[in-house]
Design a protein around this ligand. Structure first.
Ligand code: NAP
Ligand code: F7E
Length: 323
């Protein structure tokens, strides 16, 4: 049986990826960082918490990664672990650099030393394009990161490319644009909005405080995007791919869609709060997924309307059963 190791298995993408790998017959191992309170709620939500093997370890501790690889004996390693919230990366720039940046190098080194035949996926990000150098971003667009998170991701991206070119590792970098789901972290704007819509509709919240609602993002569904990660590691040669929908929408219009779904007008509830502005903003992201479509045969299946509907419905169900 083929085995895979996922760092960040307790996160949004880790949980969806674990699910599709289990469906494909993999034995799935996940690296789990030690936390004071349980972090397996997403695996429970998808009904797979008893089907994955969790190994204690941390991306900042290379010895724990070597141990995890020795235990799991994976054919494929997916490095999804990171401090992934852009907003927090200014307050915790060093911790972000250590997990989101240096953590990638730790995984690459552990693979190189334990078994260089392992196929490696790095969770790179459209945040690396930052202050965009081209109106539509592809694999050849120059990078200009705008946050400590983006800078750390760029380090991880180039390390992945460098280890591929230097040591002939099968190492791929997926440059994924924003992707969301009912198990998205509550601090990210889509989930913050859909959770608030549910609370406002059910009389448990009065307003929604947001920052820059004119920012534009290319939003897709996480369940679609993990398919692209897997496809990258099934190819004849390793490469880098942009994964996106090819459409961009303002935060404002995303709010409109979410409030409309429950028959409310977002303008009656959204309050602009400068506390949510960022020291440097990424104003617009719009990806060109042509390479992923042509080579991987991948394309986004879920529209933004369908995604937001799915998220609002999940939050309505969740909030209505809360104490
Ligand atoms: P997420 O929900 O924030 O999950 C991050 C995961 O990383 C969690 O399991 C977290 O564990 C783990 N982690 C954090 N620090 C760690 C450390 N020091 N050692 C080991 N594990 C650690 O993120 P996501 O949305 O699933 O994204 C997955 C990956 O794709 C991340 O690398 C993210 O930066 C990248 N990415 C995401 C998007 C997107 O739109 N979602 C787009 C592009 C790239 P705990 O639960 O214990 O904190
Ligand atoms: O912000 C604006 C905010 O935090 C989106 C991560 O998965 O995708 C994600 O990073 C936009 C920004 O995602 C609020 O200023 C306005 O312009 O949902 P977000 P992000 O920063 O794009 C990339 C690709 C990743 O790799 C990251 O890991 O929305 N915005 N008001 C707000 N954002 C938040 N969070 N909260 C607000 O109140």
């Amino acid at each position: 049986m083929k085995s895979a190791l996922i760092t960040g298995i307790t996160g949004q993408d880790g949980a969806y990826l674990a699910k599709i790998l289990l469906e494909r017959g993999y034995q799935v191992y996940g690296l789990m960082a030690r936390r004071a309170t349980p972090t397996t709620w997403r695996l429970q939500y998808l009904g797979i918490d008893n089907e994955v093997e969790l190994i204690n370890g941390d991306l900042t501790d290379v010895a724990s990664l070597m141990r995890a690889i020795q235990l799991a004996k994976p054919a494929e390693v997916y490095n999804l672990g990171a401090q992934s919230f852009v907003g927090a990366s200014w307050q915790q720039a060093i911790a972000t650099a250590q997990s989101t940046g240096m953590g990638v190098l730790h995984v690459l080194e552990a693979i190189r030393q334990v078994n260089p035949d392992i196929r490696f996926y790095q969770a790179s990000s459209s945040e690396m394009f930052g202050k965009v150098c081209e109106p539509i971003q592809s694999e050849t667009t120059p990078f200009y990161p705008r946050s400590p998170y983006g800078v750390a991701k760029l380090f991880g991206h180039w390390m992945t490319v460098n280890y591929r070119e230097s040591f002939d590792l099968f190492a791929c970098s997926g440059i994924l644009f924003n992707h969301e789901s009912p198990i998205r972290g509550i601090e990210f704007v889509t989930r913050k909005v859909t959770d608030a819509v549910a609370r406002i509709k059910l009389g448990k919240q009065k307003e929604l405080r947001l920052g820059n609602i004119d920012a534009k993002r290319d939003w897709g569904y996480a369940g679609d995007y993990v398919e692209a990660m897997w496809l990258m590691l099934q190819q004849g040669k390793p490469d880098d791919y942009v994964v996106a929908t090819g459409r961009t929408t303002t935060v404002r219009d995303m709010c409109r869609i979410a409030f409309d779904y429950v028959g409310l007008n977002y303008e009656d509830y959204v309050v602009i709060d400068p506390a949510f502005y960022r020291p440097a903003e990424v104003e617009i992201l719009l990806g060109n997924p042509a390479k992923a479509q042509n080579i991987l045969g991948w394309q986004a299946k879920t529209t933004l309307d369908a995604l937001i509907t799915m998220m609002v419905e999940a939050d309505l169900a969740r909030v209505s059963t809360e104490n």
